[in-house]
Write a protein that binds this ligand. Structure first.
Ligand SMILES: Cc1cc2nc3c(=O)[nH]c(=O)nc-3n(C[C@H](O)[C@H](O)[C@H](O)COP(=O)(O)OP(=O)(O)OC[C@H]3O[C@@H](n4cnc5c(N)ncnc54)[C@H](O)[C@@H]3O)c2cc1C
Length: 438
């Protein structure tokens, strides 16, 4: 093994996982973590891999994106999964943890490793390669400035505004119609038409729905340019009809007329297995999104692959700046990991820590990095952050909509998800055997 020391910046979920994976392969690591001397607005302790909010790592069922990703992480010897299983508390089908036991386990296990040096310091400049930057959604200002210097200030984002995404198979196609406004752009959009009565009912539910309260450090004013749908609605009964629900230029072929209002659905992936609700970024609580958005004609039985959200989040335009191995295009040997790559969530960030570590390890071994196949949850996420359209790129959590469709169509939802999960786990097993453990 080479004597090269890899620098990892940020001892959160991704940085801890990356460090662990490198140490396990005999690589020496210098890990910089600014806590406890300098806390982020959300972290409270000096532990590595602190969970900043919920203590749930979401579903354990492999027929969900989160469950599948965790199963893959487990197969790859993830320290985050090891700690989660040690710290598990009862939570039905979810994997919830005692947060202190969880983070302490990871901290103790990493601290004891002779090949690791932990430096409790804020990193203000991009370190020399090889390095992995895993400083998360609350990356410190100084390092954010350094990243801006390389990427350009317009390509480092500080807030995300995510619209919900629904499963294409769950849309009622007898109620929606395909069209682009004024016929420009072909039949790119699915349009859900609302009459006055339907609009009134939807509007009332929307303005009365329960929302998530922004944290102290998430100032409302930054959302002026990209306002939550419910905030816009509260400005007046017709505001949405002149905004994201504008019907002009959209003729419903069944009536030959413009509807009273329209919700447009834009295709989310090449395979057209998922659609997002255009302009519907929202702070509504998840059950409320399901209840209120199912009032839209055509979406009565919509399955939500991803819920909308808006919060403080540092991330880059991955498709523009990241190579397939998570290295930065403009800086050779500098890799990103975790939420900053454009994934969303604890386990997604962990997964991008694992992938970054594998990439760096391959580089040290002088081997070409082979990305995990897109049929796997890891491969699908990696493809999302490196190959999505650059324009309008927003972070994503893992969901089955990111996986390529099955060759044969299975109508039964449960069986379809089982088949997708089986295919993913087999592909992941093969990948680990051929490229990771060989
Ligand atoms: C307020 C908030 C709540 C969230 N709640 C959830 C939730 O409930 N469930 C969920 O799945 N996801 C949640 N997320 C999203 C996200 O998945 C987590 O933030 C996750 O911890 C991201 O992992 P990470 O490793 O990329 O970053 P982090 O876990 O945040 O780790 C980054 C680390 O880098 C350190 N750091 C930052 N800058 C520097 C620097 N310049 N030098 C040295 N160290 C530095 C930080 O102190 C931190 O320890 C939340 C995000 C936020 C902001």
């Amino acid at each position: 093994m080479s004597e090269t020391v890899v620098t990892v910046v940020g001892g959160g979920l991704a940085g801890s996982e990356a460090t662990w994976q490198l140490l396990n392969r005999g690589v020496r690591v210098r890990l910089f973590e600014m806590r406890p001397h300098r806390l982020t607005p959300a972290h409270r302790t000096g532990y590595l891999a602190e969970l900043v909010c919920s203590n749930s790592l979401r579903s354990k069922e492999i027929t969900t994106g989160a469950g599948l990703l965790k199963a893959e992480l487990h197969m790859a010897g993830s320290i985050v999964m090891e700690a989660a299983l040690r710290a598990e508390v009862p939570a039905g089908s979810a994997l919830a943890v005692d947060r202190e036991v969880f983070s302490r386990y990871i901290t103790d296990k990493l601290q004891g490793n002779p090949n690791l040096e932990i430096i409790r310091e804020e990193v203000k400049e991009i370190p020399p390669p090889p390095c992995i930057i895993a400083t998360g959604p609350l990356t410190s200002d100084a390092l954010s400035e350094a990243l801006k210097g390389v990427l350009g200030s317009e390509h480092l984002y500080f807030y995300d505004a995510i619209a919900p995404v629904v499963d294409a198979d769950s849309i009622d196609y007898s109620k929606v119609f395909r069209a682009s406004r004024y016929g420009k752009g072909g039949d790119d959009y699915l349009n859900c038409p609302l009459n006055k009565e339907e609009y009134d009912r939807f509007y009332q539910a929307l303005i009365e729905a329960d929302t998530v309260t922004p944290r102290d450090f998430e100032e409302e004013r930054v959302f002026e340019g990209c306002m939550p749908i419910e905030v816009m609605a509260r400005r007046g009964k017709d505001t949405l009809r002149f905004g994201p629900m504008k019907p002009v230029g959209l003729i419903d072929p069944r009536t030959g007329k413009e509807p009273y209002a329209v919700v447009q659905l834009r295709v989310e992936n090449k395979e057209a297995t998922a659609y997002n609700l255009v302009g519907f970024q929202t702070r509504l609580r998840w059950p409320e999104q399901k209840r209120v958005f199912r009032l839209i004609p055509g979406l009565e039985r919509a399955e939500f692959l991803r819920y909308g959200s808006m919060h403080r989040n540092t991330f880059i335009n991955g498709p523009r700046f990241l190579n397939r191995d998570l290295s930065l295009k403009p800086l050779d040997g500098v890799y990103l990991a975790g939420q900053i790559t454009g994934v969303e969530g604890y386990i997604e960030s962990t997964a991008m820590g694992l992938v970054a570590a594998l990439s760096v390890y391959m580089r040290l071994m002088g081997k070409e990095f082979i990305p995990p196949p897109p049929e796997t949850a890891h491969g699908a996420l990696l493809r999302y952050v490196t190959e999505s359209p650059e324009r309008g790129f927003q972070p994503s959590n893992i969901n089955f909509g990111l996986l390529p469709p099955l060759r044969e169509r299975i109508k039964d939802k449960r069986r379809k998800k089982e088949a997708l999960a089986r295919r993913a786990l087999e592909a992941w097993q093969r990948y680990l055997q051929e490229f990771v453990y060989s």
